[in-house]
Design a protein around this ligand. Structure first.
Ligand SMILES: C[S@@+](CC[C@H](N)C(=O)[O-])C[C@H]1O[C@@H](n2cnc3c(N)ncnc32)[C@H](O)[C@@H]1O
Length: 348
């Protein structure tokens, strides 16, 4: 943990300023220690260089890490992602199919940010996984990037990938109890995360509250497919989400081969009308492993932006111009929605 992080931190439960007590350091990095809140019965730990602010029972906090925590589904979601990121622990997964260029393209696509939005900004990556997108944002050396994830092992993977960069902080926390001052960030983004939390809207609002007036917020959230595809997906998920991660990974390896064959014969796009299949094991595992994977329409999420005081600045909402286009869109709607908004000034 870099001591500079202290300027951003507050207790996730009491909003009080925290006091840093370092027990061991490597250079300026605090490796072990405590973060003390005057209102909390026990301190938060800093372990392996990472502040652990997720409100886990060991910290002595009664409040749950997230509304759905304690239910098997939320715990399971974090568990499957921990497995995923331990396996795909490199920022570029593998150079052949998902190298740096792919990650960079996906980052700018899913946030609709431009390189010129980043210099000098304080940026929050909510649900950072192995840190691949935080890594792209941090390439702008004047930006300060805060990478947060709920998974105990997941943040360790992100830390290994990113901690050596002077402009990145890695923390373990839940979106529902973010340990940051309100209105702190110039930019907040969350790619492929909020729909896995069990309460997408509340998670969105928690994230939005940490963005300052005039700041940008970008989200990438699962979007509903056609009815047939949704039905097939529910059926498949009922099976895949009960598999052990090892088993599902083995299945993903086989499906990857099937998808590659279909892609070679130009058939994958037809299969994708009824089910999600990509020619990469991680994408398959990522899609079929978590029990919580909610869907939301553009209309719904646009309303959340407005409710939180944002105007929409960018949107990848399809805008069919003819009946034929509309019909085609209905058959093949996007898998995810992408929206970006700017927060207005507060009244008074
Ligand atoms: C599909 S992964 C996406 C990771 C990363 N954004 C990416 O696209 O590479 C979803 C991530 O959200 C995290 N997550 C789930 N619930 C969370 C919560 N309540 N607070 C913070 N992170 C959460 C998981 O641990 C997981 O790493």
């Amino acid at each position: 943990m870099k001591p500079g992080l202290m300027k951003a931190l507050v207790c996730p439960f009491h909003k009080e300023a925290l006091e840093l007590a370092a027990a061991s350091c490597e250079g300026s990095e605090v490796m072990e220690g405590e973060l003390r809140c005057p209102a909390c019965p026990q301190p938060y730990r800093i372990a392996g260089g990472i502040p652990r602010l997720a409100g886990l029972p060991a910290s002595g906090h009664d409040a749950p890490a997230q509304p759905a925590a304690g239910t098997d589904n939320a715990a399971d979601t974090v568990k499957t992602f921990s497995y995923e990121w331990a396996l795909f622990d490199r920022l570029g997964w593998d150079e052949a199919t998902c190298g740096h260029e792919h990650t960079e393209m996906r980052f700018f696509d899913s946030t609709q940010l431009r390189k010129e939005d980043l210099p000098g900004k304080k940026i929050l990556d909510l649900g950072c996984g192995n840190g691949r997108f935080a890594g792209v944002a941090a390439e702008e050396s004047t930006a300060e990037v805060y990478a947060v994830d709920l998974g105990v092992q997941t943040v360790e993977v992100a830390y290994r990938n990113l901690a050596s960069r002077p402009n990145v902080h890695v923390l373990q926390a839940s979106v529902f109890h973010l340990p940051f001052r309100e209105d702190f960030f110039d930019i907040g983004y969350s790619i492929g995360v909020l729909h896995h939390t069990g309460d997408t809207r509340k998670a969105f609002e928690c994230l939005a509250s940490r963005v300052r007036s005039g700041g940008l917020l970008a989200v990438d959230i699962y979007h509903p497919r056609n009815l047939l595809c949704e039905g097939v997906d529910r059926t498949l998920r009922a099976v895949t989400t009960r598999m052990s991660p090892d088993r599902l990974y083995r299945v993903s390896l086989r499906l990857e081969k099937v998808a590659a064959w279909l892609a070679r014969h130009n058939l994958l796009k037809y299969v994708n009308l009824v089910m999600r299949l990509e020619a990469h094991r991680l994408s398959i595992f990522d899609w079929y492993s978590p029990k919580i994977a909610d869907r939301h329409s553009y209309k719904e999420v646009e309303a959340w932006f407005r409710h939180c005081g944002f105007e929409i600045t960018k949107s990848l909402k399809p805008r069919p111009r003819s009946r034929v286009e509309k019909f085609k869109r209905g058959l093949n709607p996007p898998w995810s929605l992408v929206l970006q908004g700017r927060k207005g000034q507060k009244d008074g």
